[in-house]
Write a protein that binds this ligand. Structure first.
Ligand code: HSE
Length: 440
């Protein structure tokens, strides 16, 4: 059978990986797909670089629209990234009847509804395994492997850059800036690294997983997003003393009133497997009502790990492109006319537990006052740590740190108590609050 024809838009790190892996494993991939997969065109502004990767096997062009206009191309692989030109090209490729494979999490998290609707109307596939957690087949797992389950929650380390930064800061005592530069050098970080460190990249991925898990539209604008830039080394240390690690987690959870969708630094019990995921590795925990807890671990970025996911999509599309569109796996796992309108809950309605650090005057009654404010709000204390004043402020210090772990409470109620605590004259600095998840 004639090889399926693929056009690559963009041939940077991931594109080169796709090339290399397809070439290296061509025979096995063909045996699995049922026919050969051939990259016959590549578009990149840097044609010299593209030519160097593609050699003589593909036609290299500067203008991506040449690929979209070519009737021989069956699948367009979008590896440009971002919401700008990539969105236009994906929409044009769909309109031209091409199947699309993309690694573009930002695009799908923000414009997924429009893209999937256009693809559905045109009867083409948009495959995006590489958009979430790189080489880990988490989209496949959520969309197909766990399809029997009512998914209860998902929690993931889905940004390698921030996990690398947190690991290095904790293990080597290195500064945030130094580690970020290293992450950029290693190619983990986004072009704009604020997307990594401010939690935006993780929120893109959490948004996509949430939509697939619960059958709701992608709604990145409703996600709560908090990164790691305000984390302080002393909180990483205090958390350790209490038996926890701090990870940037993407969390989505089904509640009776709606769906939680949030990214923030999170204390996780040190004994959980996910707490021990180090460096740039990714891991996703999925809780399903039938299967219980499942854990997916692997490389979330990098040339060949991401290429592994892109090629898995190419194989899927190759196998399915002659199948009646109604028999394909729906883009978001649920049939398009069966999507739910369950709301994404505002952060005030989220239920979670907390780590609080209060810099307080070292005086009698301070702890009692803080505890009574929590008790009055019905918030139960789970654990507590108080340092000797001299350990915190040196000999003769008149202040100390009070660290409290609470049980689960509505975020709105916690906000109100934090405001009350902050108003106490014996609370000497802004209170640090980090959310905590037991993931039991
Ligand atoms: N910047 C991302 C990360 C790359 O650090 O995980 C993969 O999406």
């Amino acid at each position: 059978m004639k090889a399926i024809q693929v056009g690559l838009l963009g041939i940077g790190t991931v594109g080169s990986g796709v090339y290399n892996v397809l070439k290296r494993n061509q025979a096995e991939i063909t045996r699995r797909a049922g026919r050969a997969i051939e990259i016959s065109m590549v578009a990149d502004l840097d044609t010299a670089r593209a030519q160097a990767v593609a050699g003589s096997t593909a036609k290299v062009v500067k203008d991506a629209r040449e690929i979209i206009a070519n009737p021989d191309i069956d699948i367009v692989v979008e590896l440009i990234g971002g919401y700008g030109i990539a969105r236009q090209l994906v929409m044009e490729a769909i309109a031209a009847g091409k199947h699309v494979v993309t690694a573009n999490k930002a695009l799908l998290a923000v414009h997924g509804t429009e893209i999937f609707a256009a693809a559905h109307a045109k009867g083409v596939m948009v495959a995006f395994e590489a958009a979430v957690a790189g080489g880990i087949p988490i989209i496949k797992a959520l969309r197909e492997g766990l399809t029997a389950n009512s998914i209860e929650w998902i929690a993931g380390i889905i940004n390698g850059t921030t996990n690398f930064i947190l690991s290095e800061m904790r293990d080597k005592g290195l500064d945030f800036g130094v580690v970020l530069k290293e992450a950029q050098r290693l190619g983990y970080a986004e072009t704009d690294p604020t997307f990594d460190i401010e939690g935006v990249d993780a929120a893109h991925k959490a948004t996509i997983m949430s939509a697939i898990a619960f059958g709701v539209p992608v709604q990145f604008n409703k996600a709560y997003v908090e990164g790691i830039t305000k984390l302080e080394a002393q909180d990483i240390e205090y958390a350790e003393q209490l038996g926890y690690r701090i990870k940037l987690l993407g969390i989505t959870r089904r509640r009776p009133q709606g769906i939680e969708l949030r990214v923030h630094p999170t204390l996780v019990p040190a004994k959980r497997l996910i707490a021990n995921v180090e460096g740039a590795m990714n891991a996703v925990v999925v809780q399903g009502d039938a299967v219980g807890t499942t854990l997916y671990y692997g490389k979330g970025a990098g040339s060949e790990p991401t290429a592994s996911a892109v090629i898995a999509d190419l194989v899927d599309v190759t196998r399915l492109h002659t199948v009646d569109a109604a028999h394909r796996v729906p883009h978001l796992a649920f049939q398009p006319d069966q999507m739910s309108d369950q709301p994404i809950l505002p952060m005030e309605e989220v239920l979670t537990s907390y780590y609080l650090r209060l810099r307080v005057a070292d005086q009698a009654g301070v702890l009692a006052k803080v505890a009574s404010l929590l008790a009055n709000a019905g918030i139960s204390i789970d654990a507590m740590l108080q340092r000797a004043a001299s350990d915190v402020g040196g000999a003769g210090s008149t202040h100390t740190d009070l660290i409290l772990l609470t049980h689960e409470v509505r975020e709105g109620a916690m906000n109100a108590v934090i405001a009350q605590m902050q108003a106490l004259p014996t609370v000497l600095a802004p209170i640090t609050r980090i959310r905590k998840e037991e993931l039991a």
